[in-house]
Design a protein around this ligand. Structure first.
Ligand code: NAP
Ligand code: G4F
Length: 323
């Protein structure tokens, strides 16, 4: 029997990689897309999978649309990846962020509860929920302390997932994923901003790179590895919550050094610190402990930060050269 999956946020970085993985596993993949005035399917084209997907209209803020999508797709599995996912924007659009990243999760869970209670559910939770960290290495038992409207909204999404699992017996899992990147990462996130700028500087298209707090530390992995953990969570008999991370943390400064070194450049010659990119409240350091994901799911990250950054720099170099 062909399995059906519904992915919200299919046009985003993770949505594209997850759709590819599920198609390779023989799934029929349905993708929820919000109406936009310009094209958002470029990542799906880049991976050569656009024509394999059944697209359904819907916005996470519209519960009726989500109910229709669930009834139409009759999915075995739903992956809720849709979100206003840029932390910096969440201070400018706190209400939208709360509605989409927080209440949107309840809309979806309600649709499942009412129309398809056997459907397994994955919620895209985040290490941003740890915020002002309460333990040196964060795991499933570390208390949360979000530092942005995004982190707060995602914490609601996390707890409502846990609550629907405990209240109604839904197979609902929450993946607490640390930062993961790829050549398909949005250009506003720091890794892609850096690799794109390094490529432009190398090709003489840009002179400097303006950044904020380069002393911040993140636990960065490869998105292609992380979507596998999402899938594994929904293959377990029992739903649960898992931290997905590499267990290594690196400063933005060192990440820059690695990216520029790939092109035989010294980042210190080009990076300008610009107060405009500092945040009202910063998450200084994140470092995950993925021991439970390793033990229960048999999941491990496969890609080192050096290889990830090289992959991104090379893709940006090819793309910028064609512009
Ligand atoms: P992304 O590239 O920003 O993709 C977000 C997706 O959500 C896009 O497809 C976007 O559609 C869609 N979306 C936004 N608002 C929507 C709405 N109101 N209704 C329906 N769809 C909407 O994010 P990502 O990096 O793939 O991350 C996927 C999920 O994991 C997000 O929930 C994010 O918060 C979470 N997460 C990410 C990371 C990470 O490091 N990447 C870590 C932890 C958790 P458009 O293309 O139309 O804008
Ligand atoms: O790349 P970032 O914007 O990612 P951030 O804020 O860690 O959020 C990402 O990871 C979360 C998981 O922990 C996801 F939930 C979330 O959806 C998103 O995918 O910033 C990383 C760090 C921050 O400390 C930021 O202050 O880089 C610092 N930074 C320094 N200069 C900058 C810049 N970030 C951006 N975006 N742009 C800068 O110029």
């Amino acid at each position: 029997m062909t399995k059906h999956a519904l992915i919200t946020g299919i046009t985003g970085q993770d949505g594209a990689y997850l759709a590819k993985l599920l198609l390779e596993k023989g799934y029929r993949v349905h993708g929820l897309v919000a109406r936009r005035s310009s094209d958002t399917r470029w990542r799906l084209r880049e991976l050569g999978i656009e024509s394999d997907i059944v697209f359904l209209d819907g916005d996470l803020s519209d519960g009726t649309a989500l109910q229709r999508a669930v009834v139409k797709a009759r999915p075995d599995e739903i992956y809720n990846l849709a979100a206003q996912s840029f932390v910096a924007t969440s201070w400018d659009q706190p209400i939208t962020t709360g509605i989409v990243d927080g209440l949107g999760v309840t809309h979806l869970l309600e649709a499942i509860r009412q129309f398809s209670p056997e459907t397994r559910f994955y919620q895209a939770s985040t290490s941003e929920m740890f915020g002002l960290i309460r333990a040196d290495r964060q795991d499933e038992n570390t208390p949360f302390y979000p530092r942005s409207p995004y982190g707060v909204a995602k914490l609601y999404g996390h707890w409502i997932t846990v609550n629907y699992r405990e209240s109604f017996g839904l197979h609902a899992s929450s993946g607490i994923l640390f930062n993961h990147e790829s050549p398909l990462r949005g250009i506003e996130f720091v890794t892609r901003k850096v690799t794109d700028a390094a490529a432009r500087i190398k090709l003489g298209r840009q002179r400097e790179l303006r950044l904020g707090n380069i002393d911040a530390k993140r636990d960065w992995g490869f998105a292609g590895d992380y979507v596998e953990a999402m899938w594994l969570m929904l293959q377990q008999d029992k739903a649960d919550d898992y931290v997905v991370a590499t267990g290594v943390t690196t400063t933005v400064r060192d990440m820059c050094r690695i990216a520029f070194e790939c092109l035989e450049l010294d980042y210190r010659d080009y990076v300008v610190i610009d107060p405009a990119y500092f945040r009202p409240a910063e998450v200084d350091v994140l470092l995950g402990n993925p021991a439970k994901a390793e033990r229960v799911l048999g999941w491990q990250p496969k890609t080192s930060l050096e290889n990830l950054i090289r992959m991104m720099v090379e893709a940006d170099l090819r793309r910028v050269a064609k512009e």
